[in-house]
Ligand binder design. Structure first.
Ligand code: ZN
Length: 92
């Protein structure tokens, strides 16, 4: 069974990504992290908040739950940016 396999940078062998360390040489796996950073760099928005990821294999209940969380996060960040805007208006 293949569960989320990641290729090791150090030895080039495939290992389970969930361990965060290579089974063969013990190197820390940063494959996922690197991918995310690359994507964020490409988009050019490192300041933008990170929303909950919705995976294709998630069940419908989990997807609904994640959408609720995302909506909550969106409202939260909108509120924060609004407060910053208000503060900058009153101070500056
Ligand atoms: Zn390795």
């Amino acid at each position: 069974m293949h569960i989320h396999e990641v290729k090791c940078d150090q030895c080039g062998q495939w290992t389970h990504g969930k361990n965060h360390r290579c089974e063969h040489c013990g190197a820390i796996l940063k494959e996922e992290e690197k991918k995310e950073i690359a994507v964020r760099k490409a988009k050019g928005d490192s300041i933008k908040p990170r929303f909950v990821k919705i995976n294709e294999e998630d069940g419908w209940l989990l997807v609904i739950g994640k959408y609720v969380i995302r909506t909550g996060q969106f409202i939260f960040y909108a509120l924060i940016s609004f407060l910053i805007w208000i503060t900058s208006l009153t101070i500056g």
